[in-house]
Design a protein around this ligand. Structure first.
Ligand SMILES: Cc1ncc(COP(=O)(O)O)c(C=O)c1O
Length: 361
């Protein structure tokens, strides 16, 4: 983009384009790893009720510390990870993207590193806050290689090392053993290991939350946008040592989390049995999709998330992407020339995707 001369825009931002998958209407919306199941009528009613209760207090600022919500998130993590997580170990913000931004604002120091391809916002936020970003490598088959990661960490000594597990866009989960090894290496260099577990609820691997108590330089990021089917509400959080949480309070904007967000997230957490019930359904649908893609001669990377990265088609990825969109199926071109990523959808969306692909291949 050519920026007008009168605009004092930072030089290092002038070459960037805004991040974001195309937001176009499609019958099958399978491009942003959302959960395809909307809130049930019972949950909708509970949300409406809580917003009505909050409405009469909207002349006041919300709880700056979001204590009730952080306590409820700590209970959820304690139950699912079998650890003693407390509100002082949790920080919440408007989506995990805001959590990532706050981590950069507080800790960017020397440089930051991630192992690509991975979630592109890590590198993009680094750029926006003016941190040097280092691309670490993965194996040729795109899976994570802990030995490469450890050697990169000791070579570059970044302040922040990012891993994503399960990884977006590849879908592979990093073993707990590998995360522990990397955590040790990062700690030895005086950095923080940021483990982005946006898709943790879909994965059988043990969560890095269990590392935090004995490894205070491990920070785990979670979100309610995926398994909790709550992307529209914008709620992300981290689990970390209390000192990391205290540092977040230095960089957050005052009253950053609205009273409505806090109240509705609490309702969603109360209804977690119902919301997380759909996770098993999505995992089963993922297995079925992998089989169907295989039957079409395509290759899928093993996925522990709610999406699949596939390859083996006979044309450039952008072309197949457009042809699918013409047939009402929106998936994601993640910029890897021979791969496309599809989010596991509902029954109708999965059917439409396979039908369109069958027609095209
Ligand atoms: C790995 C990863 N982390 C974080 C996010 C951002 O999630 P949120 O909606 O909580 O900002 C995404 C979204 O796709 C993601 O894939």
């Amino acid at each position: 983009m050519i920026w007008p001369n009168w605009l004092p825009l930072r030089k290092d931002l002038q070459e960037l384009t805004p991040y974001g998958a195309p937001q176009v209407h499609a019958e099958a919306a399978m491009n942003t790893n959302e959960n395809p199941y909307p809130p049930s009528p019972t949950l909708q009613a509970a949300i409406v009720q809580s917003v009505a209760e909050i409405a009469v207090t909207l002349n006041r600022y919300p709880d700056r510390e979001a204590i009730k919500l952080r306590e409820a998130l700590a209970v959820y993590i304690s139950q699912t990870s079998h650890i003693n997580c407390r509100a002082e170990n949790v920080w919440a913000a408007n989506g995990s993207n805001e959590i990532i931004q706050s981590l950069f604002l507080a800790f960017f120091g020397r440089s930051a590193m991630g192992f690509i391809p991975s979630y592109s916002m890590h590198a993009l936020i680094a750029k926006v806050v003016g941190t040097k970003w280092i691309d670490g490598e993965r194996n040729a088959d795109l899976t994570f290689n802990v030995d490469i990661a450890i050697s990169d960490v000791s070579k570059y000594k970044p302040a922040l090392t990012f891993i994503t597990t399960p990884n977006n866009p590849t879908g592979d989960a990093i073993s707990f053993k590998d995360i522990s090894r990397l955590a040790e290496a990062v700690g030895a260099e005086g950095g923080l290991l940021i483990v982005d577990e946006a898709y943790a609820e879909f994965s059988p691997e043990k969560s890095a939350t269990t590392l935090v108590r004995d490894n205070p330089h491990v920070v785990v990021i979670r979100t309610m946008s995926k398994a909790f089917a709550f992307a529209g509400a914008r709620l992300g959080y981290l689990i970390a040592d209390a000192a990391v949480v205290d540092a977040m309070k230095l960089v957050r904007l005052p009253y950053h989390l609205s009273a409505i967000t806090q109240a509705t997230a609490l309702v969603a957490l109360d209804h977690r049995a119902e919301l997380l019930g759909n996770v098993t359904k999505l995992i089963n649908a993922r297995t079925a999709l992998v089989t169907e893609l295989g039957a079409l001669g395509l290759t899928c990377l093993p996925s522990a998330a709610n999406f699949i990265l596939f390859s083996g088609f006979d044309r450039p990825a952008p072309r197949l992407w457009s042809q699918l969109l013409e047939r009402g199926v929106l998936i994601r071109d993640v910029g890897l020339s021979s791969h496309l990523r599809v989010t596991v959808g509902n029954e109708a969306e999965n059917k439409a995707f396979i039908a369109a692909l069958t027609q095209l291949l």
